[in-house]
Design a protein around this ligand. Structure first.
Ligand code: TXA
Ligand code: MG
Length: 333
């Protein structure tokens, strides 16, 4: 794929919006770092983000919006969230809030969680693009997995050229460091990632914010820094059996490719063994089997190859199958 370099003219922004509407990936500048974005409602487009970044697991992504009203149409705000939005949006602050029941964002974008990270960026290119798209853009930082977050178009191209449809030349990123992530789903606001808005400013707006310090930070980092990988990650209620080469009538089958006969219930990830499609349907499938498998004992999962997005799919499935309480301890780099 040839990566187009777009400018910030209205014409090019419209072209970028058209790429996104067609399910392609576009990198764009925000005031923090460049993000690589997809239409948040389109699970297959979101799956392409993980493939382009070479991510070995499905982290929950931040959804970007043109305004606080649009963001709060997808999540339940509370008084602290509204106050933070007044103070810091548009800007380098991301809030984690409960998803609304009718939230149209693909489950894969939120890694199957019941919460969603939302942000209204301040950069004029991001703002223009979001306005043109008229919806949410799911976007992690525009670097290959494990790489440094990009603050210029040169960084973006070094990592993702040939892997995304386009990048909008947005100049340098003013903040140059990712957004602050604050979790507002619990009784007490909790800082998940320090970033562009500092703790003192947050506390001046909403009072005390829980944040890990000293020794506590060492352990808390494991559970909090990438919470999507760990404790709060969606785990099905039913036990999970991996690499099933047969299936019993009292089992629900998560199928990949030619469906094994005899299951009590089935959900097909991808009949054509397309890993992108399977990634896009993974969380949906786990939820669906859980909701419909009344009386069944467990979920049997057919083998999924370990290359490309299969790596992330297998990582997620291994977590779903791990004895409960054990997966919560496992750190992923
Ligand atoms: O500045 C930024 O935040 C950039 C620009 C592009 O917006 N984005 C960015 O995204 O840094 P990413 O994917 O590299 O980091 C997202 C962070 C991760 O630490 C992730 O675990 C956390 O947000 N996160 C996302 N959804 C979450 C959720 N539902 N609950 C808890 N943490 C979440
Ligand atoms: Mg990142």
């Amino acid at each position: 794929m040839k990566t187009e370099i777009l400018t910030r003219t209205d014409r090019d922004i419209a072209r970028a919006a058209a790429f996104l509407a067609a399910g392609a990936l576009v990198a764009f500048g925000t005031e923090t770092v460049y993000g690589v974005g997809a239409d948040a409602r389109n699970a297959e487009a979101v799956a392409k983000i993980f493939a382009a970044k070479g991510r070995p697991h499905f982290n929950p992504l931040i959804c970007h919006y043109a305004s606080a009203d649009e963001a709060f149409a997808h999540v339940h705000a509370n008084p602290a969230a509204e106050r933070l939005a007044d103070y810091f949006w548009p800007g380098p602050l991301t809030m984690v809030l409960p998803r609304r029941a009718d939230c149209p964002v693909a489950l894969l974008a939120g890694a199957g969680l019941e919460s969603l990270a939302v942000r209204v960026p301040a950069h004029p290119v991001a703002a223009k693009l979001l306005a043109a798209v008229g919806g949410a853009i799911a976007a992690p930082s525009a670097n290959r997995s494990g790489g440094v977050s990009p603050t210029s178009i040169v960084h973006v191209l070094a990592g993702l050229e040939g892997r995304i449809a386009a990048v909008i030349d947005s100049g340098m990123c003013r903040v140059g460091l990712e957004s602050t992530v604050i979790d507002l789903t619990g009784p007490e606001p909790c800082l998940l990632r320090p970033g562009g808005v500092n703790l003192e400013a947050l506390e001046a707006a909403i009072g005390s914010v829980r944040h890990p310090i000293g020794h506590e930070r060492a352990t808390a980092n494991r559970t909090l820094r990438s919470p999507g990988l760990l404790v709060s990650h969606y785990a099905p209620n039913l036990p999970v059996r991996l690499n099933a080469i047969d299936v019993a009538p009292n089992e629900a089958l998560l199928a990949f490719g030619r469906e094994l006969p005899g299951a009590g219930l089935g959900f097909q990830l991808s009949a054509s063994e397309n890993l992108n499609e399977a990634a896009a349907r993974l969380f949906e499938g786990l939820h669906w089997l859980d909701d419909h498998a009344r009386g069944l004992l467990r979920i049997a999962v057919m083998p999924v190859p370990g290359y490309g997005l299969g790596l992330a799919i297998n990582d997620r499935l291994a977590r779903a199958a791990a004895p409960r309480g054990v997966s919560d301890q496992s750190e992923t780099p």
